[in-house]
Design a protein around this ligand. Structure first.
Ligand SMILES: Cc1cc2nc3c(=O)[nH]c(=O)nc-3n(C[C@H](O)[C@H](O)[C@H](O)COP(=O)(O)OP(=O)(O)OC[C@H]3O[C@@H](n4cnc5c(N)ncnc54)[C@H](O)[C@@H]3O)c2cc1C
Length: 642
């Protein structure tokens, strides 16, 4: 953790110094805001948490509930989400309180006596070691709490504005073109409406999104919903795998997805209630908890379930659906204007709970839009950056829905319908990278380059998220994970994987690494040149170097200055961006990095944007030029004025 650089911090270093709107944050929701986020679910809270790192941007997040979510909704946390939590600083704490999935068990009717279930298989949850992060189960409410804490500790001191329901919006002209009508749902003004004007609106208001409706998006997909009786319960049982994630199929086709929960006792059961007929008229929603428990008992026969306490239950009804677009730009207007309103999470895509994806994919939507809004509103990047949100996330949602359809169909099959007895387990293992969240691969765009130089770092596929690997920090000889040194602070990252020369090894003939370092620090077309006057030189770009030597072979004094920026009001030299390899797990070997070196550019949301040779300064400049136009222009204006 990086602190004390603004002066001694005696309290919790997670509380960052207040800045911008955080210095005197208004308790009242202002009439004009830069970004208005609607809904405090996982999508909205992540977008807000990311924007809380931009204290020059006025972001508010409104919620119709009177307070925090207490219980219920989703609970599956894929490894990619835990990786994201690491960047937001709470992975360790949430891992400590969560349930960790290491194996999954499959139960089927006993072929000799189909009225009884027997365990048919067990599979490792992550047999291929996809990630160093675990697959967790923890209630959605706790995830939201952690994002809330992050926001409160951020420079902008952000907090949700509860008790406001979004009613509608209109996009007009002017500096704050989106007029949003909100209804007070709590407090002294309950029942009254008010208008808040925003530059941008993010609809994170769930499956029945009114923001979606207000921009004319339609959800297409399944005609019918599928229903599950969901219960979070405390119970005694003789079912031996009650503390394992299980897919349980009974002989009559009834099935359960069992999800053990945090704390050692609680578990969730999804009891399949089947397709909801068109003429159901809400009848399935009247399924009582007693009926759900009775059905669960019938499915797990010969075992029994003695429910002692029901913490939460619901009939969760959902279909596979996707919106036609994720923002307010209709197809006829594409290319003629940039979006003002975005929708995220369940507002754009819904799917079954079986693959445990809802909260996870929604959070990545929030991560994707958050930094882009921050960069545009701070003037770093042009508005065209915002058009990449819908283009990138719609593909991800479509892939998720396709995957979930296959998985749901497999789980709904009766035992006799399987082509082979292990079809379900085989699919689970074969496709593990998808539900873990690591299959997302963004296509080339203004923020993802063509993979022309992929051969220089084969283990960092362009468009996929930056997969961490061990390194050793030179200054304090600490072994660390390189990817974990990247906070969700909205900065681009430039990882310089050095050529074979150690720093300072050959002063007479500078290496490509030293040449690149000099260019980054001084060239007018270096991306770092766009950094605002007066800000730390690493304020917009976090530049790190990894040498091929182990830490004993690296003389920190000889490392070029761009990798040791001066930070804070005391201009302190920051030494923690210089790494050597771990001889037991050489990152150059693990990630297929060319021994001639490579530059790996990583987006603020952790996706690999470009890979270049160390000498390709012109290409690096050309990649960032359209993204930093606004920044370079501001700098030019400043220079001109000065
Ligand atoms: C009742 C319920 C039960 C669920 N159960 C499960 C489950 O068992 N398993 C599972 O995997 N997933 C479940 N989900 C889905 C899962 O929670 C979502 O996939 C995930 O939370 C998506 O995140 P989100 O941020 O897009 O939306 P949500 O988490 O739905 O958050 C939307 C937020 O917007 C608020 N909101 C809605 N309309 C307005 C408005 N007009 N004005 C202001 N605020 C508004 C809501 O109160 C809510 O806080 C459930 C969802 C709901 C709503």
């Amino acid at each position: 953790m990086h602190f004390h650089h603004h002066g001694y911090v005696s309290g919790d270093p997670r509380v960052q110094p207040a800045a911008g709107i955080g210095i005197d944050r208004s308790a009242q929701l202002p009439d004009e805001v830069d970004v208005l986020i609607v809904g405090t679910g996982p999508a909205g809270m992540l977008a807000a948490a990311q924007l809380s790192q931009f204290p020059g941007v006025t972001t508010r997040i409104v919620e119709r509930r009177a307070g925090r979510l207490a219980i219920g909704q989703a609970d599956g946390i894929q490894a990619r989400s835990v990786e994201t939590f690491q960047a937001f600083g709470f992975a360790e704490r949430i891992i400590a309180e969560a349930y960790r999935i290491t194996e999954m068990a499959f139960w089927k009717p006993d072929p000799r006596n189909p009225s009884k279930i027997v365990r048919s298989a067990r599979t490792l949850d992550d047999p291929g070691g996809i990630s160093e992060f675990p697959h967790l189960i923890v209630n959605q409410a706790r995830v939201l709490d952690y994002f809330g804490e992050f926001m409160a500790n951020s420079p902008s001191r952000m907090a949700p504005d509860y008790g406001y329901e979004f009613v509608g919006l209109e996009v007009g002209e002017g500096e704050y073109p989106v007029a949003v009508t909100l209804l007070h749902t709590a407090g002294p003004d309950e029942g009254q409406t008010r208008i808040v004007r925003a530059k941008y609106v993010v609809g994170a208001d769930g499956a029945r999104s009114k923001v979606r409706a207000s921009i004319g998006c339609t959800m297409a997909g399944d005609q019918a919903n599928h229903a599950w009786g969901v219960m979070d319960v405390l119970a005694n049982t003789d079912f031996p795998d009650i503390r394992l994630k299980c897919a349980i199929q009974s002989h009559d086709g009834g099935s359960i997805l069992l999800i053990p929960r945090e704390g050692g006792h609680l578990f969730r059961m999804y009891v399949d209630l089947g397709e909801v007929p068109a003429d159901d008229n809400g009848a399935v929603r009247k399924t009582t908890i007693e009926q759900i428990i009775a059905k669960a008992n019938a499915i797990i026969h010969p075992y029994t379930l003695d429910v002692r306490n029901v913490a939460w239950h619901s009939v969760y009804e959902v279909g596979h659906r996707l919106t036609d677009r994720f923002d307010d730009v209709i197809p006829e207007d594409l290319g003629t204007r940039t979006p003002r309103v975005f929708i995220t999470g369940d507002a754009c895509h819904t799917h079954s709970a079986k693959a445990g994806q809802g909260m996870n994919v929604s959070m990545q939507d929030g991560f994707n839009i958050g930094w882009k809004l921050g960069h545009v509103l701070e003037g770093r990047s042009p508005e065209s950056l915002l058009s990449t949100y819908s283009a990138e996330r719609q593909v991800v949602a479509k892939n998720l829905i396709d995957f979930d359809k296959v998985w749901s169909t497999l789980m709904a099959k009766k035992p006799e319908e399987f082509e082979n007895p292990s079809e379900l387990e085989d699919f689970y293992v074969r496709t593990a990278e998808f539900p873990a969240g690591f299959m997302t691969e963004y296509s080339p765009s203004m923020i993802v380059a063509e993979a022309t130089h992929q051969n220089l770092a084969t283990g960092f596929p362009v468009g996929k998220r930056f997969k961490s690997a061990p390194v050793v920090r030179v200054c304090d000889t600490n072994p660390v994970q390189l990817g974990h040194q990247a906070a969700a602070d909205g900065r681009w990252r430039i990882y310089v994987f050095a050529d074979a020369a150690a720093p300072g090894q050959s002063a007479a003939a500078p290496s490509p690494t030293t040449d690149l370092a000099a260019w980054l620090a001084t060239a007018p077309d270096s991306p770092l040149a766009a950094t605002p006057e007066g800000a730390d030189s690493d304020a917009w770009f976090d530049v790190k170097v990894v040498y091929q030597q182990d830490h004993t072979g690296i003389e920190i004094g000889a490392v070029p200055a761009v990798f040791k920026p001066e930070v804070g009001p005391f201009k302190l030299t920051y030494l923690e961006k210089v790494y050597g390899t771990d001889p037991a797990a050489d990152i150059f070997e693990l990630r297929g990095i060319d021994r001639g070196g490579a530059v790996v550019v990583v987006r603020p949301d952790q996706y690999v944007a470009n890979i270049l040779p160390l000498t390709a300064t012109a290409e690096l400049a050309a990649f960032f030029a359209p993204l930093l136009q606004a920044g370079h222009r501001a700098r030019e204006l400043q220079d001109h004025a000065g």
